[in-house]
Design a protein around this ligand. Structure first.
Ligand SMILES: NC(=O)c1ccc[n+]([C@@H]2O[C@H](COP(=O)([O-])OP(=O)(O)OC[C@H]3O[C@@H](n4cnc5c(N)ncnc54)[C@H](O)[C@@H]3O)[C@@H](O)[C@H]2O)c1
Length: 253
């Protein structure tokens, strides 16, 4: 396959989910060798089969992305299989149920999975990119990383996604003069298991989310994937420290 990522190694977390799977397939379509991770071993294997059926080279490792040992195991396996890491789509994440949103354990777990995981991934990815002399990272935030408007309110999720952007900017500046670009993508409401979970809270919430974007529809995971592909590609060669919004106009209101 010829494409923007020919010969490059790209890691994708949350690769069993909607956006991660679409990301894996989009990077593979551009010629990347793909390393996939997810807590859900069955869904990450399914994504790997889809990449293979598209003719891509792939490795899939199940694990908990909030645990240092699991992240290290995933990225060590990637380097052992493909010889290094060029780009990363650090995308795994969770939201939390409305009725438990002020529980300390829920708040801590949300921060561990949505934020600490990205620190752990970058801790092991960046040394590999420095060895290559170049790298690009896209971390998944959210429109909730920029604004607090959400009905029902999601305090832990919103705090975690704001922090993702702070971590991204700090890391982008630290590595700007070493040829490693770090950006974030901020999806609006995107068709996924996560959104199904929030919509299941009530019929009113479902209707509100379906009409959340001024463009009048849900975002498709493939539309987020294309943003991640662009941010990690050489077409975005002077873009770093940027939070790219893909939300059908919601944040513009
Ligand atoms: N869907 C949306 O509307 C939306 C909007 C804004 C941001 N996002 C973000 O996009 C990212 C992807 O979400 P999605 O929409 O594809 O949802 P999804 O639920 O389909 O996928 C999330 C994936 O993350 C995995 N995961 C959860 N905890 C994990 C852990 N501890 N270790 C490893 N993997 C774990 C899940 O197994 C799942 O496959 C998330 O960071 C989410 O916060 C989604």
């Amino acid at each position: 396959m010829a494409g923007l990522f020919e010969g490059k190694v790209v890691t994708v977390t949350g690769a069993g989910g909607a956006i991660g799977r679409a990301g894996a397939l989009a990077f593979a379509a551009e010629g990347a060798m793909i390393a996939l991770s997810d807590l859900n071993s069955q869904s990450v294997e399914e994504t790997a089969h889809l990449v293979e059926s598209q003719g891509g080279q792939v490795i899939a490792i199940a694990g908990d992305i909030s645990l240092d040992a699991d992240v290290q195991r995933f990225l060590d396996a990637t380097v052992a299989k493909f010889g290094g890491i060029d780009c990363a789509f650090n995308n795994a994440g969770i939201t939390h149920p409305d009725d438990h949103k002020w529980e300390e354990s829920v708040f801590r777990r949300t921060l561990e999975i949505n934020l600490i995981s990205q620190m752990l991934c970058m801790k092991y990815q960046i040394p590999q990119m420095l060895k290559r002399g170049k790298g690009a990272i896209c971390n998944t935030s959210s429109t909730q990383g920029l604004i607090g408007t959400m009905d029902p309110p999601l305090p832990a999720y919103t705090a975690s996604k704001h922090a993702v952007i702070g971590l991204m900017k700090s890391t982008a500046l630290e590595y700007a003069n070493r040829n490693i670009r770090v950006n974030a993508i901020c999806p609006g409401v995107t068709r996924s298991a996560m959104v199904d979970q929030v919509m299941a809270m009530s019929e009113a919430i479902r209707r509100r989310l379906e009409n959340y974007a001024p463009m009048g529809r849900l975002c498709e995971p493939e539309e987020i994937a294309q943003g991640a592909v662009w941010l990690c590609s050489d077409k975005a060669s002077f873009v770093t420290g940027h939070a790219l919004v893909v939300d059908g106009g919601f944040v513009a209101q």
